[in-house]
Write a protein that binds this ligand. Structure first.
Ligand SMILES: O=C(O)CCC(=O)C(=O)O
Length: 212
């Protein structure tokens, strides 16, 4: 029998072993999430970080939580102080934490306790090259990644950089959770296309929750 409600948001799509897309899962919270991004970035502004190799990233980033992901000349690290302001990173807003924990739980990852949220802001043309999230010690915890605003093509591969890639369009409110077998899978974002989204204007935000 035809299931008329199969595509009623939110719905889950398997991506890889241990990895899921929760389509439109963050739609109901989107306005609150965007307001919280504005609050966080008023305290710790978005900045384009420079990699240890001297390359200025096209994505602008900030953080909230007990620790934040950052770069210096020696490498990538989690630090409790924002090197740009000299202050602690802003606290993780309650609306961030409850969404991340709920999404982890709904995909079988119980007791997710993220202590870091990296906030990525993509302008048209910005991209994130293929990489693994491997600066965390707690590899048993999943990654929860929330998309807001303009759509972007997410690449999801395997444990080796040259493994075949899946390419999926992530839209406003989509959440990707990956852990277990796919926790260290390579992933990235293709250059953002020009556009205008009613919730964010000419950009895309991504929230990446991690237990470090
Ligand atoms: O923007 C995204 O959807 C992915 C972000 C990401 O891969 C990261 O922050 O490590």
């Amino acid at each position: 029998m035809l299931d008329l409600f199969a595509d009623t948001p939110p719905w889950q799509e398997p991506l890889a072993p241990g990895a899921y897309i929760l389509r439109r899962r963050a739609l109901a919270e989107a306005q609150g999430l965007i307001a919280a991004i504005t609050d966080v970035s008023a305290q710790s502004p978005f900045r384009q970080m420079v990699t240890p190799g001297g390359y200025t990233m096209s994505v602008a980033m900030t953080n909230c939580g007990n620790v934040g992901w950052t770069t210096n000349q020696r490498g990538y690290l989690y630090a409790s102080i924002d090197p740009q302001t000299g202050n602690l990173w802003p606290a993780m807003p309650a609306v961030f934490l409850s969404l991340a924990q709920a999404c982890a739980q709904e995909t079988g990852y119980e007791n997710f306790r993220p202590d870091a949220c990296l906030i990525n802001r993509y302008a048209p043309g910005a991209k994130l090259s293929l990489h693994q999230d491997k600066d965390e010690q707690a590899l048993q915890a999943p990654i929860v990644s929330v998309s807001l605003g303009l759509p972007a093509v997410f690449q999801f591969g395997g444990l080796k950089r040259n493994d075949p890639l899946q390419r999926v369009l992530l839209e406003h409110g989509d959440v990707v959770v990956w852990g277990g077998e796919s926790r260290l899978f390579y992933h990235g974002i293709q250059p953002l296309k020009e556009g205008h989204h009613p919730a964010t204007g000419a950009c895309r935000y991504n929230l990446t929750f991690r237990h470090t």
